[in-house]
Design a protein around this ligand. Structure first.
Ligand code: KG4
Ligand code: ZN
Length: 343
């Protein structure tokens, strides 16, 4: 099965052709730089940029795959979660393409697709064999933990009650005047220093009702961390690049330790740990996860750097595995900006 996938949930415009769920024939990703001056994604700018870029990106993805339109068996697109106005651009284009080609239309969940990104690596096991698995999706918009006992049966077991981990890094970078997005620059600066774990607190869930019935010890809270950085800067303004690098290392450590600690607690009898999303690029997180998996004799599944952030290969790939909503029902669907996984 050869699927053309489209991803426009946030500020990446992407199209990809994937064969049989795992063989990426092409993947074109355009990251919108128009948001940089604003220090975050501006929804209206994002959707307008998708409208301009998407037709060219789709044509390029088909051309780069070496196939022609006749070889495309189905069209898939992200239906949610994400920014409504951004999702509408990709979802509408996918509907139009599927109608004109007379092929099935598949609605895919963006978070579940981040977990599928680890299976785009040729060395990864078959998805059906990689169970029981713990999944962590960690990006600028999401921080969630999942248990997968059987392929396709995904249970949410933990989530952030406020900011996502990537958002916490982006906000810290803004406070430290390091530009947007913050994750990559904090990662780079932090590598220059040895982190001190005691400087910033681990976010704690103060109100158990915020977790919607999930175990609070598997949930995350990052908004207090950002506030503590704000106070820290007020009390001890960094006076050199060295000070800023140390702050970056200490702050990053608090974020990454919070992620790894929850993973360790949730692993139980899991044989695999899959981690997807933009923050999974972080070098400190990768080191800590590798150490954890070594200790617990668990296989760590990470996506290659080009598939960690938002991309359409994970959308086309997941759709070819038969996941998502198919036609004729999909043709009647609107986008779902808060679409939960597994529903
Ligand atoms: O998955 P993604 O491309 O988009 C969302 O769905 O949000 O993730 C973007 C996030 C941003 O918050 C960015 O700062 C973070 O991923 N990020 C990183 C690194 N590279 C990107 N965070 C930590 N370390 C990195 N090397
Ligand atoms: Zn994402």
């Amino acid at each position: 099965m050869t699927v053309l996938g489209i991803e426009t949930s946030c500020d990446e415009t992407s199209a990809s052709v994937v064969r049989n769920g795992r063989e990426v024939l092409s993947c074109v990703i355009h990251t919108q730089l128009e948001h940089k001056p604003f220090g975050g994604v501006v929804p209206e700018i994002a959707s307008r940029c998708h409208i301009e870029a998407l037709p060219g990106i789709v044509s390029e993805a088909v051309k780069n795959s070496g196939l022609n339109w006749d070889s495309i068996d189905a069209i898939a697109a992200t239906r949610g979660p994400g920014l409504a106005s951004s999702l509408l651009v990709g979802w509408s284009m996918a509907k139009g393409l599927a109608m004109s080609l007379g092929c099935p239309l598949l609605a895919v969940n963006h978070i579940e697709a981040h977990l599928h990104s680890v299976f785009l690596e040729p060395s990864a096991p078959e998805p059906a064999d990689a169970v029981p698995m713990l999944g962590l999706v960690v990006s600028g918009g999401h921080t969630s933990l999942f248990k997968i006992e059987e392929y396709g049966k995904i249970q949410l077991i933990g989530k952030t009650v406020d900011d996502a981990a990537g958002e916490a890094l982006d906000k810290a970078a803004k406070l430290l005047d390091l530009g947007y997005p913050g994750g990559p620059v904090i990662d780079k600066l932090a590598r220059l220093k040895t982190p001190n774990r005691r400087v910033f607190p681990e976010g704690r869930i103060r109100d158990a009702t915020m977790t919607d019935g999930l175990d609070p010890s598997l949930c995350f809270s990052f908004s207090g961390l950002k506030t503590s950085l704000l106070h820290h800067i007020k009390d001890n303004p960094p006076s050199s690049e060295d000070d800023i690098a140390q702050l970056a290392a200490d702050y990053q450590e608090a974020v990454m330790q919070a992620l790894v600690k929850r993973c360790e607690k949730a692993l139980e009898d899991s044989r695999y740990l899959a981690v997807g999303g933009g923050v999974s690029l972080n070098s400190r997180l990768r080191t800590l996860l590798a150490e954890l998996c070594e200790r617990r004799n668990v296989e760590l599944l990470l996506a290659s750097p080009r598939n960690c952030g938002d991309n359409a290969a994970m959308i086309a790939g997941l759709a070819s595995m038969g996941r998502g909503v198919s036609s004729p029902e999909s043709f009647t669907l609107d986008v779902a900006p808060s679409w939960p996984v597994g529903v």
